[in-house]
Write a protein that binds this ligand. Structure first.
Ligand code: ARG
Length: 459
């Protein structure tokens, strides 16, 4: 039997393989709520503009409510023969109302319908991801405040560079996540135009009111070009780009957890809730959740790459290739949501070992810059000369296998006779971080203030 929705000129139904490759109901059933909300807005507009009678519109609207209730109750049977969510809903409506149900599809097409459903779905997903990112920011800012003065090594090239505070390090991620939220919010602003009424690609001859449907569905305005309306998936691409960047941020933090929880670093202990053991090595505590956050980043970026490749060769307007826009997006955004939740859990539960961090902070001549700065400030040396003198002092200490602060004043004076005992004031790691009060610097006083500002902002 040919398809009831579009099979007027067809004599036979599709091959089984055709049905399998063509159907999207296996995944676009997720659009049920959006699809019905869109149909309800459409039908009430059709009545207001006199395109349908009030009576027909009301019957259709009530029928849609019933379909919605059946789906929510789990009593609705989705059928692959009916291809997608749009035709599954409409076909059930026809069973409930008879031929009058067919009036719902006046002045629209599945092309603007799916564009609408997907926009509504992505808009909700953005809102959910945003609140999860905010929660992670809060967790990080709370821990940052708590450890505003915990000294740890700061790294460049993963070599000890200068001491920083653990709080400062955590707040760096709060900043990154703030940019992620900004990008999502920009994407949401551009997304928020309603494609409904573009119909198949050219608009319609019916006197529809697109402003009315746009407003009813919470959009700022209708989309301006019907061809663009049905062929645009920028709103997904932008969201997936922002999601990918966010996933990369989570992956970097995850990598730090992996490093910090090794016995070699020993900076952080993750709770039992977020670690696993080894079935053969009893001593192991593996940071699986962090590793998985790092690994799952590949899937999020894969979702973005996949859709960019689907879209790159498509002429205007709709092509069925675009049905491939959904699964990767669902997976990517679900994955990001899971990673955000796992990361917030790890951050809230972790126990930093501030003693070990502090001990490591002094290793590798991490206060050499403080020494050079002292020479500049006290002896008025040009920084380049001070750098050179400090290099000689580091060599001296390194040859003797001791830290800079363990050199005697006499030893130091063999390199630069004008050095005085005051120099020892800047050689401790705590003094070092306390002195870095420049705006955005790592001083505990700064970190405390920044953490407070964030906590207030995050509410
Ligand atoms: N299931 C389709 C999709 O996801 C809906 C739009 C179908 N449009 C069409 N002209 N066949 O893209």
């Amino acid at each position: 039997m040919s398809n009831k929705m579009w099979g007027g000129r067809f004599e036979t139904g599709p091959d089984a393989i055709m049905e399998e490759i063509n159907a999207s109901i296996g995944f676009d059933y997720r659009f049920a709520a959006q699809d019905i909300a869109g149909s309800k807005a459409h039908v009430s507009m059709l009545a207001k503009t006199g395109i349908l009678t009030e009576a027909d519109a009301q019957a259709i609207s009530a029928g849609l409510d019933q379909v919605k209730a059946e789906i929510e109750a789990g009593t609705f049977t989705f059928s692959r023969e009916l291809e997608d969510i749009h035709m599954n809903v409409e076909s059930r409506l026809a069973k409930l109302l008879g031929p009058n149900a067919g009036r719902l599809h006046t002045a629209r097409s599945r092309n603007d319908q799916v564009a609408l459903d997907f926009r509504l779905w992505v808009r909700d997903a953005i809102d959910q991801i945003d609140s999860q990112i905010k929660d992670l920011q809060k967790a990080l800012a709370e821990r940052a405040k708590q450890h505003a003065d915990a000294v740890m090594p700061g790294f460049t090239h993963l070599q000890s560079a200068q001491p920083v505070t653990f709080g400062h390090h955590l707040l760096a991620y709060v900043e990154m996540l703030a940019r992620d939220r900004g990008r999502l919010s920009d994407a949401r602003d551009r997304l928020n135009e309603c494609p409904l009424g573009a119909a198949a690609l050219a608009g319609t001859s019916f006197p529809i009111d697109r402003n009315m449907t746009a407003a009813a569905l919470g959009f700022d305005r209708p989309t301006a070009n019907s061809l663009d309306s049905v062929s645009d998936r920028d709103f997904v691409l932008e969201t997936l780009s922002a999601a990918s960047i966010c996933a990369v941020h989570l992956s970097r933090l995850a990598e730090e957890f992996v490093l910090w929880t090794t016995p070699q670093f020993g900076f952080v202990r993750l709770s039992d809730k977020f670690t696993t053991g080894s079935s053969i090595m009893p001593q192991k505590r593996n940071p699986d959740a962090a590793e998985l956050v790092r690994g799952k980043t590949g899937r999020v970026i894969g979702g973005l790459n996949g859709l960019l490749i689907v879209m790159k060769g498509l002429p205007l307007a709709y092509s069925k290739d675009m049905q491939e826009d959904k699964e990767g997006t669902f997976d990517a955004l679900h994955t990001l949501s899971l990673c955000l939740a796992a990361m917030a859990g790890m951050v809230r539960d972790m126990t930093p070992d501030t003693q070990r961090m502090k001990a490591a902070a002094g290793a590798g001549f991490a206060t050499a810059t403080d020494l050079a700065d002292w020479l500049v400030r006290t002896l008025k040396m040009p920084f380049r000369d001070a750098h050179h003198v400090t290099g000689s002092l580091v060599k001296l200490a390194s040859d003797r296998n001791i830290g800079l602060e363990a050199l005697s004043l006499a030893d130091m004076q063999t390199v630069e006779p004008r050095i005085t005992a005051e120099v020892f004031d800047v050689l401790g790691v705590e003094k070092s971080v306390e002195s870095r009060t420049s705006y955005g610097g790592t001083a505990p006083s700064n970190v405390r203030q920044q953490a407070d500002t964030w906590l207030k902002r995050l509410g």
